[in-house]
Design a protein around this ligand. Structure first.
Ligand SMILES: Cc1cc2nc3c(=O)[nH]c(=O)nc-3n(C[C@H](O)[C@H](O)[C@H](O)COP(=O)(O)O)c2cc1C
Length: 442
C-alpha cells in the first residue's frame, strides 16, 4: 500500500464516515478510484478501498510501468515461480500490538449492501499450511462477522476446502491477512497447483524480495509488510448459515451452511489500514477475471496459431463473457477457439471469436464484426446443461448453465477486400488539420 500512498493516486477523504454502508456507498459511486478514509466513526483505524479497481494502481504497486502487460507479467511468474517462498523471519513485527483474546469489533469491518447479513471481511487473504508441508496455500474468502471472535467463511470447493477435508474433522490453523503487498494479493487470487505456495509466485513478482514472518503459534507465514493479521483456526465440524451477501454479479448470493472460523489473536497497530473490496465492483471483477483470462489464453495458445488478445468484458463481470481475437490457421479454428474458451473457464456463458484485425477490447469493433462477418446459421455453437457458476443467479442452485459461442471469423480463403474496414489515406495537409482540430475539439 505504501507505493500507492506515495504515488498520491489514493483520494484521501477526511470527512467522518461510518463503516456501515457510508464507505461502501462512496466506493460504489466512484469505482476505479482508490480511496483512503481517514476518519471512520467509532474506529481508530483508517480504511482503504477500490485500491486496485484501476489496473494502473496495481501496476504501480507491482513496480511496473504503464506499458507493461499485467496478464503477461502474471503468467510469467505463474509459469516459473521462485524456488523460494521468500525470506522468513521468526520474530513478530515488533511495533504491532497483539490483541488476545481477539475482538473483531475493534476493526472497521464494512457493511457493504442494504440487505446483507452483517459486516463482512471481503479482502481477507487466508493462509494455511498444506497437510504435511511447509508450503502455504493462499486464497480469499468473504467472512461474515458472527461475534467478537467468530466468522463464517464462504469456502468454494478448491484448495482450502481440500486442506480442511484432509484434516478429517481436526481444526485447521490459519492466518488471515488484510492488506498484504500487491504481489501477494495478486498471487493469492490465482488458481495454482495444489501443494504449491502462491508466496513463490509473489516472490518471483517481487524479484525475490518477499519478506515473511512465521507465526509463533502455528508456523504459518504471512507477509511482514501487511496491515492487519488475524490468527485462529477453521473448524469444518462447526457450520452456520452464511449470507445473504452480494457477490460478483451485484446480486444477492444464496445463504448456505458454511464453516466457522475462530480468531484467537489480532496483530495490528494504530497506523494499520483496513482494506475492503466492494463485491461486484470493477476491482472484484478484475481479480476474479484475471485467473480465468490466463487459463483461456493458455488453452488458446496450444491450438490456435496466433492469439491477439482475450477480453473478459467488464459488463460480463470479468467472468461470464469473453471476446477472443485470433488468427486462424484452419477453417475450424473459430469453433475450436470457442470450445477451448469454454473448457478452460467453466463460468463462461458467452464467447465471441473475432479475426485478429478486430480489437477484442473495443466492443464497438466487436459488434461491427458480428454485424458484418457473422451468420447465425453457421456461426453459432450452443451447449446445454454444462457446468457454470453458482454466482450466476439464472443458473439455478446447481450452477448448471447453457453456453453460447458466436464465431464471427471469416473463412480462411475469403476475399478480405469485401470485409476490411475501408481506409482513408491521411495526406500531410489532412494530418496537420486533424492534429490542430484534435486540440480544439475535446
Ligand atoms: C476479492 C475476492 C473475493 C473472493 N471471495 C471468495 C470466497 O468468498 N470464497 C471462495 O471460495 N473464493 C473466493 N475468491 C476466489 C478465491 O480466492 C480464488 O479462486 C483463489 O485463487 C483460490 O485459491 P486456490 O487455487 O489456492 O484454491 C475470491 C477472490 C477474490 C479476489
Amino acid at each position: 500500500m505504501s507505493r500507492l500512498l506515495e504515488s498520491k493516486r489514493l483520494k484521501v477523504v477526511s470527512d467522518p464516515l461510518s463503516s456501515d454502508l457510508d464507505i461502501s456507498c462512496v466506493l460504489n459511486s466512484f469505482q476505479g478510484q482508490a480511496f483512503l478514509f481517514e476518519k471512520v466513526i467509532n474506529s481508530s483505524l483508517r480504511v482503504a478501498g477500490n485500491l486496485y479497481g484501476n489496473v494502473g494502481n496495481l501496476k504501480i504497486g507491482l513496480g511496473l510501468s504503464d506499458e507493461d502487460d499485467i496478464t503477461k507479467f502474471t503468467m510469467s511468474a505463474l509459469n516459473s515461480p521462485s524456488p523460494s517462498k521468500g525470506q522468513v523471519s521468526i520474530c513478530k513485527k515488533e511495533t504491532w500490538e497483539i490483541d488476545a483474546p481477539a475482538d473483531l469489533s475493534k476493526l472497521p469491518i464494512l457493511t457493504h449492501y442494504d440487505r446483507e447479513a452483517g459486516k463482512y471481511l471481503t479482502a481477507g487473504m487466508v493462509a494455511v499450511k498444506y497437510p504435511g508441508s511447509e508450503e502455504e496455500n493462499l486464497s480469499f474468502h468473504r467472512m461474515l462477522v458472527l461475534s467478537r471472535n467468530k466468522l463464517a467463511a464462504r469456502i468454494v470447493p478448491r484448495h482450502l476446502d481440500q486442506v480442511a477435508k484432509e484434516a478429517k474433522g481436526h481444526k485447521v490453523p490459519l492466518v488471515i491477512v488484510i492488506g498484504p503487498p500487491p504481489a501477494v494479493f495478486l498471487s493469492a487470487s490465482l488458481q495454482t497447483t495444489y501443494g504449491l505456495s502462491e508466496y513463490r509466485i509473489a516472490n518471483k513478482m517481487m524479484n525475490e524480495k518477499l519478506d515473511l514472518v512465521s507465526s509463533a503459534s502455528s508456523g504459518i507465514c504471512y507477509p511482514k509488510d501487511s496491515e492487519i493479521v488475524l490468527e485462529g483456526y477453521l473448524d469444518y465440524e462447526e457450520k452456520t448459515p452464511e449470507g445473504p451477501f452480494v457477490d460478483l454479479t451485484g446480486t444477492y448470493d444464496d445463504t448456505r451452511e458454511q464453516p466457522v472460523v475462530t480468531i484467537e489473536e489480532m496483530h495490528y497497530n494504530s497506523d494499520s489500514i483496513y482494506q475492503g473490496v466492494l463485491a461486484g465492483s470493477l476491482e472484484h471483477s478484475f481479480f476474479m477475471g484475471l485467473p480465468q483470462e490466463i487459463k483461456i489464453r493458455d488453452a488458446l495458445s496450444k491450438t490456435i496459431p496466433h492469439v491477439r488478445g482475450v477480453n473478459l468484458t467488464p459488463a460480463g463481470n470479468g467472468y461470464f463473457h469473453c471476446v477472443a481475437s485470433i488468427q486462424k490457421g484452419n477453417d475450424g479454428d473459430g469453433k475450436t477457439a470457442i470450445l477451448n474458451c469454454f473448457s478452460a473457464s467453466h463460468p463462461l456463458k458467452l464467447v465471441v471469436v473475432v479475426d485478429s484485425d478486430v480489437d477484442p477490447f473495443n466492443l464497438s469493433e466487436v459488434e461491427w464484426a458480428l454485424a458484418t462477418r457473422f451468420q447465425a446459421d453457421r456461426g453459432v455453437v450452443q451447449i446445454n446443461g454444462a457446468k457454470g457458476s453458482s454466482l450466476d443467479p439464472s443458473s439455478g442452485k446447481s450452477g448448471v448453465t447453457a453456453k453460447l459461442g458466436l464465431d464471427a471469423t471469416l473463412p480462411i480463403k475469403t476475399d478480405v477486400s469485401k470485409f476490411e474496414k475501408a481506409a482513408i489515406t491521411a495526406g500531410e495537409r489532412a494530418q496537420y488539420v486533424i492534429r490542430s482540430l484534435r486540440k480544439q475539439i475535446t
